[in-house]
Write a protein that binds this ligand. Sequence first.
Ligand code: 6R9
Length: 560
Amino acid sequence: MSSNVSSHIDPIEGDFHLTNYQKTHDNFSWEDAKKLLSYGKTGKLNAAYETIDRHVDEGYGEKIALHYVDENGTKSLTFREVKAETDKYAQILKENGVKKGDRVFVFLPKTAECYIAILSVIKVGAIAGPLFEAFMEDAIKDRINDCTGSLLITDHELVKRVPQADIPSLETILYVEDIAKEDRTGNHGNELVEWVDPEDGLIIHYTSGSTGKPKGVLHAHRSTVHHIVTGKWVLDIHDEDVYWCTSHPGWVTGSVYGLFAPWLNRATIVIQGGRFKAENWYQLMEDLKVTIWYSAPTAFRMLMSQGDLHEKYDLSSLRHVLSVGEPLNPEVITWAHKKLQVRIHDTWWMTETGGHLIVNLPSEKIKPGSMGRAFPGIEVGILNANGEKLPAGEVGQLAVKAPWPGLMKEIWGNEDKFKSYFIYEGWYISGDLAYQDEEGHVFFQGRSDDMINSAGERIGPFEVESKLIEHPAVAEAGVVGKPDEVRGEIVKAFITLRPGFLASDNLKEEIRLFVRKNLSAHAAPREIEIVEDLPKTKISGKILRRQLKALEVEKQAVKS
Ligand code: 6R9
């Protein structure tokens, strides 16, 4: 298959203001990063130490580490204060018997405590399992059960969604409200730090594929090297920066580029609670003088739909903007360039890759429609079905030469799944389809499986289908991503009804709320269509999601 898609918009030249900045990072390699960390000195490291405590030891304790913003205003903490808090949490974890390698989950809204809790788990050598704040009972149960989590840090509100009786491994629940009341000073030097090997477990993120329940992608402490280097080169972090990543640490973007990468580079980060609201976002950037901003196409499209709202705000502090998670429309890049006077730098990576692999470096030209080029030291290949490299312009499987420092360590308890990413000798297969042009720019063309990407969030159709058929009215379900202007895709469910149930809007709404209540808001179908039959394969009777999806795409083509 040859591509006929090429960008109809002229490239935007590199930002030479940024080039000067970037010069200071040139030649900073994976090896140089190791030398900055205790890794290079002792062979051991601890990502929590490197992220926060190291800066205190190096004399930056009084620098602001975070601004936490909510409806009550802004609260700021220095690196010394964040260290003291993680020490306090770490002490409590140890008193509760947490040991190296234990899985400890954190289920909190986007607050300073959420970041502190994650770091404290890592500090004592345990594996952090951050959970997205919108998860409901089944999503939480499945994840903690899968890797037998023994302890959970949450609050008195969210705990109502934790079905404790169904999670036998969960021995202890700690509440941030109670920890806050404990009066202990947290200046502990380094004695709470568990020094670990680069291959030891750091964090586990659950992510969806097209079949089965979400998989636990386990990352190792060695990823720190990937985080610090891409934080410098791609995020372009410098000491004076105020950095804002809008993602919750329950998603890999929120942990790697919301917490690790900026703090490894000693940035002041912004943590904002609450949902998307254009006015609040612009106001926050003006008030805190945000200089680097990492968000997602859906958010940019929502801002773009607000017309000239941005004119009411002073956004002149912004110097570097990045995007991730879903295709970034050329129109959005042009809008931001004209109206906000910034270039949006797309980045491509996945939960499994642990860090950026395809990027638009600040000093290079951007081709709207392309995700960028391979990060220095990374080899990208577009492969055919035999695992052979295709020439420029041909669409194939987007693959990356393995390994690299941030690559996942394993899929929890599922070696077959892990191996399925490496079916061609030496390559990691992403599941995305793409082509590369003569200059190496990579153009995303879709997924090769049925995974849904709604507003940058990965949703596995199987998980939603399984939940749908738990509803008494639903006989069978096929779930697909329906193209959508703002969200990229929305979750659309085709269902057949059990005998005795009549199709109605009320029933559809009830079924939608059933998924929302038991699984999560983002996975609940925005559209449900009741059909007589679902298309199936003749031999095995599998539901043909591809056919359902083709129908949706056709319907939309007719409309437009
Ligand atoms: C970090 C993250 C990974 C999937 C990936 C691809 C899609 C990510 C993209 C993009 C187009 C980009 N994706 N970045 N699609 N342009 N710049 O998103 O991880 O949640 O695991 O999703 O997201 O399909 O395979 P994750």
